[in-house]
Design a binder for this molecule. Structure first.
Ligand code: GDP
Length: 460
């Protein structure tokens, strides 16, 4: 899907609020004729004579028939989201009314918007760059505090300004080197090789950091993949059910909450923990068996966090030490959780406290000390990394662009080291610039745009 120039001149319309019944529904129009078309069906005032950013009460009529009493908000170009004329019509929230209004406007010459078309127009008209446009989509889909924070930061240009700054410095060098090329045979050096090397190394550090932040970004966006491991009857499914049950209670306690309860996910301080491979667990079958079964090991490697659970009444220290050893070799952060405090062997507890002082003691069945467990989970994710306001990459396209940028920057360095000629250095710089530009949208192709905006919903 791509948009021709003619299509870009259309006046588009879509429902901006969710489908279904609500107190109000908002229908949005954007395009040169947005106000003109609305004026044709709106009774109450002459909208063409009103100021931008004003709201007007009246009726929408199809010939003589009143469809609804509405409020119309006007945003006159370029002072709007899309930088075009924008009208937002608030109707009563019934699908019937919404459909009647949409039909009426289609009859008058508006066109239904394609997915993401409002945001795409905003981008094409220079409202923001591509990374920010994508953040709009992320923001719409953000369902936890941390993903909301990351998207908001990106939408406001946190990510883009960092990239932009680097890119400008590199452009400066590129032009210096191109200048040297123009001088050809003459032995002039406008761009200091040492300075270029330093800049590229600095760039590399920032790019590397952004690449690393993607892991964290991914966690913010998609949740922390978490596994509960332990031998049969350790209490894994009881613990999972206890955590989920409390989560369910928390979710339904918050009046008017919009977050659906999602099976196998819990939200701790705004971070989502996603329990993987829990289907069998809940039916008390042992999909995740004793640690050491190779299939289980594979599963655990895909986790970002492991809850290692053992039964205080039915495990000895040798067994625990052996499991802990295996988990350490796996390299995935884990927490040692001693279950069934109610029937613990005091000797084992004493030994554990000595040898594994970081163990948590809980009773899954009696839901005891789960609060401490949740605190521990949050601690392990190391949230501080993005509380500092650092830029976090959450988008796979940006990640991919950053990887390509890194590789081309490494090529520049290698070229400088090998003392290749200017034209090769210039080529590698251009490549780096290209990839950086792709991230912010200074360099785009129709396919890329279409691909990005098609992921939006209609009306966005
Ligand atoms: P799984 O095989 O690891 O999933 O273990 P289950 O969750 O099925 O638990 C095995 C048994 O241990 C069940 O009978 C549970 O009721 C019991 N159990 C779980 N947690 C506790 C606890 O804290 N105290 C006691 N006494 N029993 C528990």
């Amino acid at each position: 899907m791509s948009f021709s120039l003619a299509e870009r001149n259309d006046t588009i319309i879509a429902l901006a609020t969710p489908q279904g019944i609500g107190a109000i529904a908002v229908i949005r129009l954007s395009g040169a004729k947005a106000i003109e078309l609305t004026n044709e069906v709106f009774y109450g005032k002459d909208l063409s004579k009103q100021d931008s950013h004003t709201i007007h009460f009246g009726t929408i009529r199809d010939e003589d028939k009143i469809i609804d009493e509405v409020l119309v908000s006007l945003f006159i170009a370029p002072k709007s989201f899309t930088k075009e004329n924008v009208v937002e019509i608030s109707t009563h929230g019934s699908s019937y009314i919404v459909n009647q209004v949409l039909k009426l406007f289609l009859k008058k010459g508006a066109r239904l918007a394609k997915p993401g078309e409002f945001t795409q127009r905003a981008f094409l008209n220079g409202q923001f760059d591509l990374a920010q446009a994508e953040a709009v989509a992320d923001l719409i889909h953000a369902d936890s505090e941390s993903s909301h924070e990351a998207a908001l930061n990106q939408m406001r240009g946190g990510f883009s300004s960092e990239i932009q700054e680097l890119r400008e410095k590199l452009i400066h060098f590129a032009s210096m080197i191109e200048l040297e090329l123009d001088f050809g045979e003459e032995d002039v050096e406008f761009a200091s090789r040492t300075e270029l090397k330093e800049l590229v190394e600095r760039l590399l550090r920032v790019v590397e950091e952004l690449i690393l932040s993607f892991d964290l970004g991914n966690v913010i966006k998609n949740g922390v993949p978490t596994v509960i491991a332990g031998k049969p009857n350790a209490g894994k499914s009881t613990l999972l059910n206890a955590l989920l049950k409390e989560e369910k209670a928390i979710v339904s306690d918050i009046a008017g909450t919009t977050r659906d309860f999602i099976e196998d996910e819990i939200n701790i301080n705004g971070v989502i923990f996603r329990f993987i491979d829990t289907a069998g667990l809940r039916e008390t079958q042992d999909t995740i068996e004793a640690i050491g079964v190779s299939r289980t090991q594979e599963k655990m490697k895909t986790a970002s966090l492991i809850l290692y659970l053992f039964d205080l009444g039915d495990t000895d220290l040798i067994e625990i030490n052996r499991d802990v050893n295996k988990l350490e070799n796996l390299g995935v952060p884990f927490v040692k959780v001693a279950n069934k405090t109610d029937k613990a062997d005091p000797e084992l507890v004493a030994k554990l406290k000595k040898e594994h002082p970081d163990s948590l003691f809980i009773s899954a069945k009696n839901q005891e000390n789960l609060e401490a467990l949740r605190a521990k989970l949050i601690e392990l994710v190391n949230l501080d990394k993005f509380k500092t306001g650092n830029t976090v990459v959450t988008n796979i396209r940006h990640y991919d662009g950053l990887i390509k940028t890194r590789d081309s920057l490494l090529d520049i360095l290698k070229g400088l080291e090998d003392q290749v000629t200017n034209d090769f250095v210039a080529m590698d710089i251009r490549r780096s610039l290209h990839y950086l530009g792709e991230i912010t949208g200074e360099i785009t192709t129709d396919d890329l745009l279409a691909n990005i905006f098609s992921k939006f919903c209609i009306g966005k």
